[in-house]
Design a protein around this ligand. Sequence first.
Ligand code: PLP
Length: 287
Amino acid sequence: MSHEILANWNGVEMPLSEVTVSALDRGFLFGDGVYEVLRVYKGQPFLEAEHLERFRRSLDKISIVCQVDRLIERMQMTLENSGVTEGMIYMQVTRGAAPRTHRFPSGDVPPNELIYVEPMEVDHYAEAREQGAAVITVPDLRWKRCDIKSINLLANCMAAQQAAEQGCIEALLVNADGTVTEGSHTSVFGVRDGHVLTSPLSPSILPGITRGLVTRLAGRCGIPLHETSFSAEEIPQLDELFLTGTTAEVVPLIRVDGNLVNDGHPGPITRRLQRAYQEFVAESLSI
Ligand code: PLP
């Protein structure tokens, strides 16, 4: 049974299906906005401070002025009123509705602020987490500011669609120089000779919140981790490969472009980090 999803649209709580947006909204016309997604475990937003800090940074980077503290209050109220215990929170702020010109509108145009809380009735990643998943590699066609969590996701959507058409869970994005940057909606890690590798923070990737946590967890587990990219050509030399993301958590990869990763089974370091992730979730909920 699908439940009505509860939204907060510019401060007013209503069912998500009843939210209507002006055709002049700059998010609608230009993709002029940013967003954030948080996971809710047992009714509590996970890594809330980290997500909200990234949201503030995204807003700052594109000069949208918005009262984030007010948004946080709304987020907490919407979560509470939704009664959702397992789910996700979506937050989006666009530069608002104004006559269509490329440059930012002058004057006082209020941003359009959307929050909704969606229950997660089915965990779509559960099987992939257990069994491991298949991915493809595709060229990274995105812009040069992937560090901003922009609602412009066309290149990401095209890559994800290509992966889906090939029965894969995700597309790994490969830069013109051959570097694997990240996934269409996940961060990517490789393991070689016991060392974990992941792209360094730069404008070429989103600073994934789960990426940050897994980096810290590797430290706790005594697993050496290097913020060093690997290339698509180097994938056959990797012992393990995995993805991270807010809803994906930690997903082992067992096939890339039809070729097995190592022996085609999730590797021990990925398994160790999956356990550490679960332990961290449990710990943070008991505080
Ligand atoms: N990289 C991209 C391009 C993403 O869109 C996402 C999440 O949506 C991620 C990485 C993972 O980020 P997080 O761990 O914050 O969910």
